[in-house]
Design a protein around this ligand. Structure first.
Ligand code: DAH
Length: 341
């Protein structure tokens, strides 16, 4: 085959393959295949050496034309296919920039946790430190060490979940008082937040489990006036003076004298509702001067030391603070409720 024929054949072979190329990638390899250093067009140039001097300029021009023609075919087709490919990629990845974004739900603290943190912060501000005690404890720490003798009727005030004859779910955080006195000599100034359990009927105002913050302050010359001042300060800081409070005498075996503190029911503003049992007041804490028997059991000399203690119901407080109609809402995990805090 003459060189001129070879040139013609190469062109038609190339055009054939060009038709078959469907992607810019195919074209890139086609370009390398024909126009690469060791490809057929470069070979033609070598063939040129075997031709006569007369033929060379003409054939050389033919080869150069072929080379340019193939190169421009390749460039044009590559550019066309690349732009087509880009457009179909855009079509696939189409995005409506005017659509509103997807919201990521934000987590938040449970209202009981928020209430606990407020209370803890206020007492820390008054110099108390935080101590934790066990939810599962013995009869001694929950009752006996707090001056509840066996079979004492006061035990009936708190219906207890017993695990066996000795272990129980604590009915109040007062067990931490006993642990604290056992391991520390005065001055003792602690608060003890935690969960408590009682075998009671569930209603709008009480539940089988709830939270308390216990507190105990024992030192020389601690008086009832200190107790009252502490709570006046605490309640006015918490409610910002807005809420009316009531202190009234009460009985707990581990204090003498004992009292309860009520706040005006924010739900009914004192008019009476099922939350406050129609009394207009909500009992939020029990308190008193630590009983000498309790101090003695904790190896603290009641002749030298005195102290006050309290236990505060956090759900009761939160009901009033956030104006919540039913204590059961805290544990129902209804997002419509939880998202309001
Ligand atoms: N533990 C009591 C209760 O759960 C509350 C209480 C009353 C705690 C008087 C005290 C206290 O520390 O001094 O009903």
């Amino acid at each position: 085959m003459s060189l001129a024929d070879l040139i013609g054949k190469l062109r038609s072979d190339f055009l054939e393959e060009l038709k078959a190329a469907v992607s810019s990638k195919d074209l890139e390899s086609l370009k390398v295949k024909y126009l690469g250093k060791k490809g057929p067009v470069a070979n033609l140039m070598l063939e040129l050496k075997g031709c006569t001097q007369d033929e060379r300029p003409h054939l050389g021009k033919l080869i150069n034309d072929l080379k340019e023609e193939l190169a421009s075919h390749c460039e044009n087709s590559i550019a066309r296919l690349k732009s087509e490919e880009l457009q179909s990629q855009f079509a696939r990845e189409w995005l409506d920039a005017t659509l509103p974004g997807r919201k990521r739900p934000l987590g938040r603290l449970h209202p009981v946790t928020q209430m606990l943190q407020k209370v803890i912060d206020l007492f820390i501000g008054m110099g108390f430190s935080v101590q934790y005690g066990p939810d599962v404890d013995t009869d001694y720490y929950n009752f006996e060490g707090l001056n509840f003798p066996p079979d004492h009727p006061a035990r009936d005030m708190q219906d207890t979940f017993y695990l066996n004859h000795n272990f129980l779910l604590r009915t109040h955080t007062s067990n931490v008082q006993v642990h604290a006195m056992e391991s520390h000599q005065p001055p003792i100034r602690i608060i003890a937040p935690g969960r408590c359990f009682r075998n009671e009927n569930i209603s709008a105002r009480s539940h089988v489990f709830f939270h308390q913050v216990e507190g105990v302050y024992i030192d020389q010359n601690v008086t009832f006036a200190d107790l009252l001042a502490t709570f006046q300060e605490f309640l006015s800081k918490l409610f910002g003076e807005k809420v009316e409070t009531r202190f009234r005498p009460s009985y707990f075996p581990f204090v003498e004298p004992g009292l309860e503190i009520d706040v005006r029911c924010t739900r009914c503003k004192g008019a009476g509702c099922r939350i406050c049992k129609h009394s207009g007041w909500l009992e939020i804490l029990g308190a008193g001067m630590v009983h000498p028997n309790v101090l003695r059991k904790g190896n603290i000399d009641p002749e030298v030391y005195s102290g006050y203690a309290w236990g505060m119901g956090i759900e009761r407080l939160a009901i009033n603070f956030f104006d919540i109609p039913d204590i059961r809402m805290f544990t129902e995990n209804d997002l419509r409720f939880l998202e309001q805090f």
